[in-house]
Design a protein around this ligand. Structure first.
Ligand code: HEM
Length: 394
């Protein structure tokens, strides 16, 4: 059967009220065909059970070579950086993830705890007088510092590293030349860093990835480079928005905030915040390897599919009272994905957010919004649920 016709999704509603827009879509059909701003047809999967099944379905590929739809497919990364996990299916993905996992261990993440804590305290030391924009003062700089620690970016390169990353992730309109320069500089820097760490390994993920081996295999140069970029693209912005969204969730629910403050609820709200205001709006992308039926809708082979994690996480057929923020539940949310591509950085993202929130509330137990909630501004994006600023006082 043909797909449920969907009005132009890429209008204002999806940006200004993604939760409302997706609630309607879930109601009216399991899959919706629409057209992206770059003219490509795309199928949107919105219900929890379908999203979970799609994430584990080997007929849905991550390799963009499998896209056969008309319209351009635009990747966020240049083609020479394609050799990364989120562009691969098994067996290539299996091999690469096995090697990367040898370096990206629970022990390495745990080893970062003290540095995450120290950097958080430093950032909080600068909170001299209210009001403060928490995005600029804490949520943004903490994950950047953590990525630098994780990859082993030397202190004297961190300023440039931060500037290139920000240009690449939030390119100013009409600043394509600037983005190209930032990409070139970042590329050159990472190639140089990989070369240096090959001869003088240090205690960081990049060195560990260079050394990672199994019986007969190791990561190639393009794979190392693409992994470093992937960590930057997958690990920075999402962590920023998780911290912002999680703090906001508490500030909007003072009784939950009180429960956290007097120790009745641990800072477990990170999981619930992830469910309630998932940083990914549009979702993760896949390409159908064959004709594929979800509900009564057939997605043709080569069709580009967006699997909406934000929508799944508010599905009332899976979560009771899905629109309520309730940190006492332990939600089986899909914010970190599901299946073989489940987020490799999830433990680190949790560590960052929990450290940021715990330390913030320890210091400033009277923290509250300094503007009315309806004046908060969200980044105009189809892809992410991200606060522009989070003005607070205490
Ligand atoms: C994969 C979300 C933080 C590294 C994923 C996926 C999601 C996700 C949904 C699966 C994508 C898919 O199936 O197509 C998030 C969120 C984060 C976060 C919401 C923060 C709140 C991080 C961090 C790192 C990281 C901090 C690393 C430092 C990765 C990597 C993958 C991945 C390497 C690819 C795994 C694979 O394909 O096997 N992430 N992530 N993420 N994430 Fe994260």
């Amino acid at each position: 059967m043909s797909t449920t016709p969907t009005p132009n999704l890429f209008g204002d509603t999806l940006m200004s009220d993604p939760h409302g827009a997706y609630a309607q879509l879930r109601e009216t059909g399991p899959v919706h065909r629409t057209t992206t701003p770059d003219g490509a047809p795309v199928w949107l999967v919105t219900r929890y059970e379908d999203v979970r099944a799609a994430l584990a379905d080997p007929r849905l590929s991550l390799n963009k070579a499998n896209a056969h739809t008309t319209g351009r497919y635009q990747s966020s990364m240049p083609p020479e950086l394609d050799a990364h996990l989120l562009n691969m299916d098994p067996p290539d993905h299996t091999r690469l993830r096995r090697l990367v996992s040898k370096a990206f261990t629970a022990r390495r993440i745990e080893g970062l705890r003290q540095r995450v804590q120290a950097r958080t305290e430093e950032l909080l030391d600068a909170f001299t007088r209210p009001p403060v924009d928490l995005m600029a003062a804490l949520a943004n700089p903490l994950p950047m510092a953590v990525i630098c620690e994780l990859l082993g970016v030397p202190q004297n390169a961190r300023h440039d590293f931060r500037a290139w990353t920000n240009t690449l992730l939030a390119p100013a309109p009409d600043a394509a030349a600037e983005s190209r320069t930032a990409m070139r500089e970042m590329h050159r820097f990472l190639v140089g860093t990989i070369t240096a760490k090959r001869s003088h390994p240090t205690d960081d993920l990049l060195s560990a990835m260079i050394e990672a081996r199994d019986e007969h295999d190791s990561l190639t140069e393009p794979e190392l480079l693409a992994m470093a970029f992937l960590i930057l693209f997958a690990g920075y912005d999402n962590a920023v928005n998780l911290i912002g969204n999680a703090v906001l969730a508490l500030l909007l629910h003072p009784h939950h905030l009180d429960a956290v403050l007097d120790g009745r609820t641990p800072v477990r709200d990170v999981e619930e915040a992830m469910r309630w205001n998932t940083p990914f709006t549009l979702g993760v992308r896949r390409f159908a390897l064959e004709d594929l039926t979800i509900g009564d809708v057939t997605i043709p082979a080569g069709g580009r599919v967006w699997v909406s994690l934000l929508s799944a996480n508010r599905d009332g057929t899976h979560f009771e009272a899905p629109d309520s923020f309730d940190p006492s539940r332990t939600p089986a949310h899909l914010g970190f994905g599901h299946g073989i591509h489940y987020c490799l950085g999830a433990p680190l993202a949790r560590l960052e957010a929990e450290t940021a929130i715990t330390s913030l509330l320890d210091r400033l137990p009277t923290l509250r919004l300094s503007v009315p909630a309806d004046e908060l501004r969200w980044v105009p994006s189809f892809h992410k649920r991200a606060l522009q600023e989070l003005p607070v006082t205490w």
